[in-house]
Design a binder for this molecule. Sequence first.
Ligand SMILES: [Zn+2]
Length: 320
Amino acid sequence: MEFTALDEDATFPRIVLAKTSILSACQKERDSFVNVVGIVIWIGTITVTSRDSGAFVKKRTLCLGDDSGHSVDLCLWDLKAEEEGSYIQERIDSGVQPIICVKGGKVSDYNGKSLSAIGVSTILIEPEMEAVADLREWMTLYYNVTNFIHLSTSSSRQTVSHTTTLSEISNMQLKVLESSPIYRVIATVKEMKTDEFYYNACINVVNARQCGKKTTRTADGWFCSYCNIESANMEFKYALKMCIEDSSSHVWAIAFQEAAQEIVGMSAKELATMRDENYPAFSLLIDGIRSKIYNFKIRSKLEKYQDMEKLRFYILGLET
Ligand SMILES: [Zn+2]
């Protein structure tokens, strides 16, 4: 692994990583170690599998694509499945497809070709690196028009499916147990929860990332039970509940941060300020949202609440 410092006055990014494209990584022999930078196309749920030794281990697969036009399964194990995996999932649920850097990923022959993030591997999520900035630039131009050639033969492959109807996705319950598929739905917004559309997110930084969990109001600030600290400030983050409707049905779905911002056209804080200070303008904006037809990207997820399983819908963003 090799890092080169750029000139001191180069403002951003500051480190360069000797990386391999996904295509060349997969042409290497098994057990080779590679550094790759890729866009997370989808991430699966955590599963528990047993090792040859009989020990149980947590595993989570994601699909990584890059500007070589190829994609591959990357398996995250144990803590990485939980920690980095959950953070990547959060980013995707809020409408962002994160670019990650895998340092020291192991090439495997499992399912055709795949990569594995093991104990010695490091996963950096959206790091400030030249390779990440380059890939982000490529992504804005070509991602939507690229048909990635998938180098793994996994059966759990998830892609954005063809455009479907709301009644169809509501009836998918049995099929979504393992995967959390993404659909495209053309629908209108029937209703929006305008009383509570944001939460007060924790601004504390843990391991170089903002905690972002919900805080509770205290006498002097905002308390995060996750960090167990109180901060003087918080950040408004969207959790916008919308009832969306097409000719077949309607469902309630939730849009988090970036996805909600894309629909509303402003930040949660700006919207809250508008509601409190200029209600007529706020109403007009909401009416405007309700009068449009959107091409939504939606993920359905079967979630458990008090032993009851419920299918929940997340708006990931708009298809352009
Ligand atoms: Zn926190």
